[in-house]
Each structure stands twice: as C-alpha cells, then as structure tokens.
Write a protein that binds this ligand. Structure first.
Ligand code: ATP
Length: 242
C-alpha cells in the first residue's frame, strides 16, 4: 500500500544508569497519521519521545530510530528542527516574556519565506482564536491551557513533518482538556503527522487512528485506536471501565 513511514522505531532501549526505562520497543507512525502512546506514570513514554529528539544526555540508547528514512539516534536536537521534527514538551516551554505573536514567529525561525510565515500566523490564529484575541499579550500571562495552545501553534509554525506532543492535557481543567483535543483533531485533519503521548487514554484513543500501550518499558498492545477503545483489557486497565 501507499503508506509512507515518517517514524520507525525498532528495538529501542534506554537506560538511566541501572534503570532500564525502555526495554526494547517497536513503534511506527505513517504520513498523515495521528498515533497515540498511552500508559501509566513511569511507563517510559516521555523517555521514548526524548530518544526520538535526541535529548537524553548521559543515557545508554540502543536500537534504531528512522525519521523520514534516515537514522537519527544521537542526532543533536537543533538539527532535528531543521529536519522539521517538532516537539511540544510537557510543561510547554513558551517564551513567557514575549508576546503571543513573537512566540509564533520564533517557531518559524528556520524559515525565511516571509509571506508564507504571515499566512501561517493567520491560519493558526483561525484554529486558535483565543491566541488571536491575545496576540500582543505576554505569553506568561496566559492560562495553562492557552500556553499549551501557544506551544502547539508555535511548533506548527515550523511546518513539522512530525509533531510530537507530550501530555498536552496535563494539569488542565476538563473543559480545557476537551478544547485541546478538539485542536489536536483539527491539526490532524490538516494532514499533519502526530505522535501523541497521553495519560488520558480515552480521549487520546478517540482522537487517534492507531494506539500503542506502554507498560514498564514495553509495548504491551497496539492496533486500531477504535478497536482498542472496545478491547476489554484496555477498558479495564486504562479507561476505568469494565
Ligand atoms: P510520566 O507520565 O510520569 O512522565 P512516562 O511514561 O513518560 O511517565 P518516563 O518519564 O519515560 O515515563 O520514565 C520512565 C522511567 O524512567 C521511570 O521509572 C522514571 O523514574 C525513570 N526516569 C526518567 N527520567 C529519568 C532520569 N533522568 N534519571 C533516572 N531515571 C529516570
């Protein structure tokens, strides 16, 4: 079939000193897919994302990570920005003393197509109307949910070929969580390829095409997201049902 691999992970292992946080996992994301990686606290989800972005100093990383067909394990994260891999980390990391507008421009710093950048600011302001209303406001004055939206919009300004989202719903009110997932669906519907790490398994599987479950450093289940929502084991362990 015509599926194009954007990300392919094979046999990934990560150890922090004596602690084996990731114990040999396979995972792939195809072009245009929204794939979610779910699992309990400490399962190794964030560590997996950090392995992809090459932000695991002083760790033993084994296995293979291919991004757009190229091996990237050990690549410096700055180079990954140029290759259009964007990560929105847990805790967001917006530039609090810059305006919302300036934050968006920072997301486009590797681009030099002025007209395209302006068009993208308009595009993402229409997806994130809350940000448009507050364009001149300092990012540090935004609510947690608004900062999450800004971090996503900023990442999208880099025209990512793969967008990595680490627990975007973390610490947000239920209404804001719904809004964030609405935005994730909208972004995915634009054809952007997304790997979403989430503890909110239900919302993540409802939004995703495919899902992976991680438990104690291993992938214990994977498949079609809708099928996983109906799986009795997933229901009992991750959805608080059954
Ligand atoms: P969470 O949802 O809590 O972030 P997670 O699934 O993302 O969980 P990781 O953050 O990847 O899990 O952590 C996996 C394991 O690795 C945990 O046991 C954690 O304590 C350990 N770990 C993470 N970072 C480090 C570190 N810098 N040094 C030592 N151990 C670490």
């Amino acid at each position: 079939n015509a599926l194009t691999n954007v990300l392919k992970i094979e046999g990934l292992k990560v150890a922090y000193g004596g602690i084996q946080a990731v114990k040999g996992i396979d995972l792939e994301v195809n072009e245009g897919e929204l794939v979610t990686l779910i699992g309990a606290n400490g399962a190794g989800k964030t560590t997996t994302l950090k392995a992809i972005t090459g932000t695991l100093p002083n760790c033993k990383v084994d296995g293979h990570i291919h991004y757009l067909g190229k091996a990237i394990k050990g690549s410096h994260s700055f180079d990954l920005v140029k290759t259009k891999l964007a990560m929105v980390p847990e805790g967001r990391g917006v530039f609090t003393r810059m305006s919302i507008y300036e934050n968006l421009l920072m997301g486009a710093y590797v681009r030099d197509d002025k007209a395209g950048i302006a068009a993208d600011v308009d595009k993402w302001f229409s997806v994130f109307p809350r940000l448009k209303e507050r364009a001149a406001q300092m990012a540090g004055t935004l609510s947690g949910g608004e900062q999450q939206m800004l971090a996503m919009a900023r990442a999208l300004m880099s025209h990512p070929k793969l967008l990595l989202l680490d627990e975007p719903s973390m610490g947000l009110s239920p209404i804001m969580v719904e809004k964030i997932f609405e935005v994730i669906r909208t972004v995915s519907a634009q054809g952007i390829t997304i790997l979403l790490v989430e503890q909110n398994a239900k919302l993540a599987l409802q939004a995703a095409h495919r899902g992976y479950v991680m438990d104690s450093g291993l992938v214990t289940m994977n498949g079609d997201a809708k099928a996983m929502l109906d799986d009795p084991k997933v229901k009992a362990a991750y959805l608080g049902e059954g």
